[in-house]
Design a protein around this ligand. Structure first.
Ligand SMILES: *[C@@H]1O[C@H](CO)[C@@H](O)[C@H](O)[C@H]1NC(C)=O
Ligand SMILES: *[C@@H]1O[C@H](CO)[C@@H](O)[C@H](O)[C@H]1NC(C)=O
Ligand SMILES: *[C@@H]1O[C@H](CO)[C@@H](O)[C@H](O)[C@H]1NC(C)=O
Ligand SMILES: *[C@@H]1O[C@H](CO)[C@@H](O)[C@H](O)[C@H]1NC(C)=O
Ligand SMILES: *[C@@H]1O[C@H](CO)[C@@H](O)[C@H](O)[C@H]1NC(C)=O
Ligand SMILES: *[C@@H]1O[C@H](CO)[C@@H](O)[C@H](O)[C@H]1NC(C)=O
Ligand SMILES: *[C@@H]1O[C@H](CO)[C@@H](O)[C@H](O)[C@H]1NC(C)=O
Ligand SMILES: *[C@@H]1O[C@H](CO)[C@@H](O)[C@H](O)[C@H]1NC(C)=O
Ligand SMILES: *[C@@H]1O[C@H](CO)[C@@H](O)[C@H](O)[C@H]1NC(C)=O
Ligand SMILES: *[C@@H]1O[C@H](CO)[C@@H](O)[C@H](O)[C@H]1NC(C)=O
Ligand SMILES: *[C@@H]1O[C@H](CO)[C@@H](O)[C@H](O)[C@H]1NC(C)=O
Length: 816
């Protein structure tokens, strides 16, 4: 469930791009094809989604008897700022007692998709509020339990997705599908909700072939009862990009296929590749063309060309699932590159949970030739309860006849089978990352609310304030600047700071520049939470952490006042910017400062604090380019569930994510170390950490940098502005220490204090070789510092930096 929610997040975002108009040409084939799309709680009779499918309001729907007496139609109290501006407000149907939608459908198998957006909802008549922590409920489809004691916000939080979609496949027998929402009886005040319901009839996608049960050393056939209900856990386009639903591809049933790389174990990514240009994919007889779209077969992942490496390793995916169920795993195969056209060229083993599922898988033998599709179904029983990892591993056949000791996979689907004993598909809510969390507040590592919040702020600031403006948080004692800030607000930048309200730029006593964050009166953050937040913020104080100067709390007006960071974020100085590039020495100082800030967080404060969202957008620079870590802890002090979701911005922090944390959901300081390692590469290479425009092997900066480092060509991909600035010794030390930080296994990563000392050594190596080569350089550097501090104002940054570049280059040239 956990992963699938992530997988389908994009779909939902697409869906939410809804045009509130009864537009011409909207595809409303929904009735004749048997498809049903309900937009729950929407006052407008019909809306269209981004791929122009019509969604009908559940009000007055023939499928929703006595709806108004039994439920509340509501809208999200705050539209997600990540949504396209054309999106209207989001609606939901809220149930405070059991309610059943009764769908008349033709009998047979169908996808049932439930869309959830856990946030605070306000009833359309504004009389009631529903906060997400009480959204705690069960869902049944006829008599199959889909969800039980389901905590939607926990799922959103654990998967770091604001929206998620759960996909089931059920076989309807009596021409009727009853979908019942029942608030939990375990907690008073619980309610159920639903945003969208989608039903798409399909042929039998599951039970026409008999899977092989991987079962110790003794695989055996495992026939599946055609009445079985399934839940989609993963649907991966291996070695390729996500494939979104398309309106004109009815044979895809609006399935979403996702990139497999987040699930690959360790750094064993192997090689991903596309089909040969001359090849066209054909469906082998017996493989219906709706099995998977051609796009799935057109890309693949293999282990690579090094036979020795292949023989000594596995290509492994790790997929967290609920224990205690059977799973059906469908492997899609197609050989798509010459010269593999014959049998006995490539053959491999498939292991599931360390048990052999398939020996000697030879795709050509199965499919009948290159460019022809095949799939294999395997089943596995997972014992126990709770969450567990499903291991899927491929290993080359050791048979000596092989021309290519390699393995191949094009697509992978994982479905949970209903537990017949309990007639249920319900698992536990995915666990939150376990954190050494000092405040017992919500750990939200992957992209925590603060992350979204401040990123929105930082971006808006960059756009709205012509550079130089950013916020901060944290630290300091709570002196209350009673509402003076209000009078001194200089300018409303008109940006939204997520759930926390707007950010203003102001002056105290017309002197001290500050950033002011004003609480959103609609926010659920009450005075109590506000105080908790201040108290938390006040625990920390450090030169390399952004400071909270004060706050104000009067007549429901809640305001936080922070240091004004004249030079904005580090990210703004690296790429996609008009700012002059930073010198190497400046970058090194910024990295060292950041490392100090993080080291303090990890060890210096009374309790260990894990930042969880270390990235260049969260490293702010003051007027002297001193690095200040920002945006930690606000989320911890904030119990406000509304802010916990990160939607489109998940991508933004994606490249910084510790893969081990991602897999295990266990947060440690080493997760910060990993993210910081990515920051180091970003500083060196001055490119976004994920750039999907680039060729595949370059998309992830971390992976690309590591592979360049391995080939000893890292220096070729560094920021061209740094050419000639970095001494070789310093470069090596810096690159090594970045590489250590991003090690796959947290145990192999250094502690923050080791990273700090490595960087300090790197600085010494830079300076000692420069000193050797030039005394003039030291002078130049001193002189430049003077220039910098003499012109601290943000607007003059460019000219200052400009002079710096010239000065430094000349000095360095002389030195040589
Ligand atoms: C589309 O749906 C509307 C509303 O149900 C209906 O009145 C109309 O006839 C449908 N149009 C087509 C082309 O099916
Ligand atoms: C409910 O489940 C039972 C088996 O547990 C089955 O025999 C029965 O047909 C099911 N009823 C419906 C309406 O699906
Ligand atoms: C749902 O999960 C959230 C986040 O873990 C938690 O704060 C909330 O109390 C939970 N609600 C229930 C009813 O368990
Ligand atoms: C609501 O549904 C749940 C689960 O199906 C059931 O346990 C409970 O008894 C129902 N409540 C009422 C009032 O029918
Ligand atoms: C649905 O279930 C019935 C009875 O179990 C079975 O005969 C039928 O083939 C199933 N249909 C599909 C599409 O799986
Ligand atoms: C289907 O839609 C996509 C865009 O959604 C378009 O690129 C493609 O050409 C369409 N195909 C057909 C057969 O209309
Ligand atoms: C692909 O097609 C082109 C033109 O038809 C041909 O020149 C080329 O040799 C073909 N390549 C392969 C690998 O068959
Ligand atoms: C899929 O196959 C069916 C029958 O084999 C055919 O009618 C249909 O046009 C095919 N659809 C696509 C999109 O290839
Ligand atoms: C499979 O083996 C690996 C390493 O040998 C181990 O870490 C993992 O827990 C095993 N998985 C299962 C499901 O037994
Ligand atoms: C590959 O995985 C299988 C099953 O988990 C395991 O038995 C084998 O030792 C692994 N091989 C290597 C080289 O890691
Ligand atoms: C799962 O449980 C069954 C029955 O208790 C047992 O036979 C089997 O060995 C267990 N499998 C694993 C992998 O523990």
């Amino acid at each position: 469930m956990a992963r699938q929610t992530l997988i389908l997040t994009l779909t939902f975002l697409t869906l939410l791009c809804i045009i509130l108009s009864v537009a011409m040409g909207i595809d409303n084939d929904s009735t004749d094809s048997g498809q049903i799309r309900l937009c729950c709680g929407n006052p407008s009779p019909m809306v269209a989604d981004a791929i122009n499918r019509a969604w009908y309001s559940d009000m007055n729907s023939k499928f929703a008897p006595s709806l108004l007496e039994s439920s509340v139609d509501a809208y999200a109290w705050y539209p997600d700022p990540g949504l396209p501006s054309a999106a209207p407000y989001i609606t939901a149907r809220i149930f405070t007692s059991n309610y059943t939608y009764s769908f008349r459908v033709s009998s047979g198998r169908m996808f049932l998709r439930l869309y959830f957006f856990p946030i605070t909802y306000v009833s359309q008549d504004s009389s009631e509020n529903f906060t997400p922590e009480y959204a705690y409920f069960g869902v049944t489809a006829s008599n199959l339990t889909l969800l039980d004691n389901f905590n939607a916000s926990q799922t959103a939080l654990a998967t770091n997705s604001g929206f998620f979609v759960l996909e089931y496949s059920v076989n309807v027998t009596a021409g009727r599908l009853d979908l019942t929402f029942s608030p939990s009886t375990h907690q008073t005040g619980s309610y159920a909700f639903i945003n969208y319901i989608e039903i798409v009839p399909t042929p039998d996608l599951f039970t026409t072939t008999t899977p092989t049960l991987a079962n110790g050393g003794n695989p055996n056939p495992f026939p599946i009862d055609p009445a079985t209900g399934f839940q989609t856990m993963y649907r991966l386009n291996v070695g390729g990009q996500a494939i979104s639903p398309q309106a004109n591809r009815s044979i895809d049933f609006y399935r979403q296929w996702d990139d497999d790389s987040p699930y690959i174990y360790g750094s064993g990514f192997g090689v991903s590749f596309g089909k040969d240009k001359n090849l066209s994919i054909t469906y082998t007889p017996g493989v219906p063309n709706y099995t998977a779209p051609v796009g799935v077969y057109e890309s693949a992942r293999s282990m690579g060309t090094n036979a020795q490496v292949n023989l000594n390793s596995n290509l492994t995916w790790i997929l967290p699932v609920d224990a205690g169920f059977f799973y059906l795993l469908r492997f899609h195969f197609c050989e798509i590159q010459y010269p593999i056209t014959k049998i006995n060229q490539r053959s491999f083993f498939i292991y599931i949970n360390n048990q052999t599922a398939q020996q000697q898988m030879d795709v050509i033998a199965w499919s009948g030739g290159i460019g022809r599709t095949a799939y294999g179904d395997y089943a596995i029983l997972t014992n126990g309860s709770g969450r567990m990892d499903l291991w899927v591993a491929l290993h080359p056949d050791l048979s000596s006849r092989l021309t290519f000791p390699d393995a191949l996979l094009n697509g992978l689907e994982v479905f949970k089978l209903q537990n017949d004993e309990h007639n249920s598909l319900a698992g536990l809510d995915p666990p939150l990352p376990s954190a050494r969390n000092p405040n017992g507040a919500l750990p939200t590592a992957i992209g925590k609310p603060g992350g979204r919040n401040s990123k929105g702020v930082a971006q808006a600031a960059a756009g709205g304030a012509a550079g130089g403006f950013a916020i901060l948080l944290f630290a300091c004692f709570g002196m209350c600047i009673i509402c003076r800030c209000k009078k001194n607000v200089a300018k409303d930048y008109g940006m939204t700071g997520g759930g926390f309200g707007n950010v203003y730029h102001g002056k105290l006593d017309d002197r001290v520049k500050v950033a002011i964050k004003r609480g959103n009166p609609l926010s659920q953050q009450g005075p109590h939470e506000f105080r908790t937040e201040i108290e938390t913020l006040s625990m920390l104080r450090h030169r390399h952490l952004v400071s909270l100067i004060g706050y104000c709390n009067e007549n429901n007006e809640m305001i936080l006042v922070y240091d004004y960071m004249a030079n904005g974020t580090l990210q703004e100085h690296l790429y996609n910017t008009k700012k002059s590039p930073l010198h190497w020495k400046q970058r090194l100082e910024i990295c060292i400062g950041t490392a100090r800030g993080l080291h303090y967080l990890h060890t210096g404060a009374k309790q260990t604090i894990i930042h969880r969202d270390v990235k260049t957008a969260n490293i702010l620079l003051d007027d002297k380019l001193v690095a200040k870590v920002s945006d930690f802890g606000l989320s911890k002090a904030s119990p406000d569930m509304d802010d916990t979701h990160v939607s489109t911005l998940v991508k933004g922090t994606f490249g910084y994510l510790d893969p081990e944390y991602f897999r295990r959901k266990q947060l440690t300081q080493k997760s910060d170390v990993y993210s910081f390692g990515v920051v180091l590469f970003e500083v060196l290479c001055a490119r976004p950490v994920i750039n999907t425009q680039l060729p595949e092997e370059q998309v992830s900066l971390r992976d690309w940098a590591l592979s360049c480092l391995e080939k000893d060509v890292l220096s070729e991909i560094i920021d061209p502005h740094l050419q000639g600035e970095i001494t070789p010794e310093c470069f090596i030390k810096f690159a090594e220490s970045a590489a250590q930080c991003v090690a796959d296994r947290s145990i192999d990563r250094p502690s923050m204090s080791d990273v700090l000392s490595n960087l300090e050594v790197a600085r010494q190596l830079q300076e000692s070789s420069r000193d050797k080569s030039s005394g003039a350089e030291a002078m130049a550097s001193r002189a430049k510092t003077c220039v910098d501090s003499a012109n601290p104002a943000k607007d003059s940054t460019m000219s200052v930096a400009g002079q710096g570049v010239v000065f430094s280059d000349i000095a360095y040239a002389e030195g040589r």
